[in-house]
Ligand binder design. Structure first.
Ligand SMILES: [Zn+2]
Length: 212
């Protein structure tokens, strides 16, 4: 019995045409090319926004400036949640793209009066909290600890709470250990810029003593 060709018996209509095959292949190649290009762009931008943390800069949040539109949740007062500050920094254009996300809050961590620590942007994402020191990790304590900008304590929390300081010390110790950060790379914002931040009521000496 003669061996028939494998495609014998298929009608002409059901046989894939060479033309269809080549257009399918081209479409697949185009999609693959776009995916690769997209990944390369994503990688390049994210790599450019990556840091190896060099140190720590401590901030206070102060009060929300009137830049936030009236009616917004945190207008004219100290915000009680991270979302309000995230929105404020979005308006100020602090956002960076990092592995599929836009991060707006310029700090890496935010510490609330009850000692709650909330992550802002990832530790390996460049900060937007201190000019020239954005390869340092920015930690902000909610409150205004300056006797100049907040003399009566009416504007915001006047000094860090015990819970905030405990959380700050614990977090700073972990970060120092994780990135081998020397004590000479622990700053207040006012040590590296013309600012009152984090205020004269921030117990810097005591903080340094506790994280050694
Ligand atoms: Zn600051």
């Amino acid at each position: 019995m003669p061996i028939l060709p494998a495609n014998r018996g298929l009608s002409t209509a059901s046989r894939p045409k060479a033309q269809d095959l080549s257009s399918n292949a081209i479409a697949r190649l185009a999609i693959a090319g776009l995916l690769v290009a997209g990944f390369v762009i994503l990688w390049a931008i994210s790599y450019g926004n990556s840091i190896t943390p060099q140190g720590i800069v401590i901030h206070h949040s102060s009060v929300m400036p009137a830049i936030i539109p009236p009616g917004a949740q945190a207008y004219g007062r100290t915000p009680s949640d991270l979302g309000a500050w995230d929105e404020f920094h979005r308006i100020r254009g602090f956002g960076v793209f990092y592995w599929g996300h836009f991060y707006h809050l310029g700090y890496h961590y935010m510490i609330f009066p009850d000692g709650t620590v909330k992550p802002g942007r990832p530790e390996h994402c460049v900060g937007a909290h201190a000019k020239g020191f954005n390869s340092y990790l920015g930690i902000v304590l909610v409150g205004d600890f300056s006797s100049k900008s907040n003399p009566t304590g009416d504007e915001a929390l006047a000094r860090p709470t015990a819970e905030q300081m405990r959380a700050l010390v614990s977090l700073s110790r972990q970060l120092r250990h994780r990135y081998s950060i020397p004590m000479s790379h622990i700053f207040r914002h006012s040590d590296i810029a013309r600012t009152l931040c984090p205020g004269d009521r921030f117990p810097y000496g005591e903080f340094l003593r506790q994280i050694q």
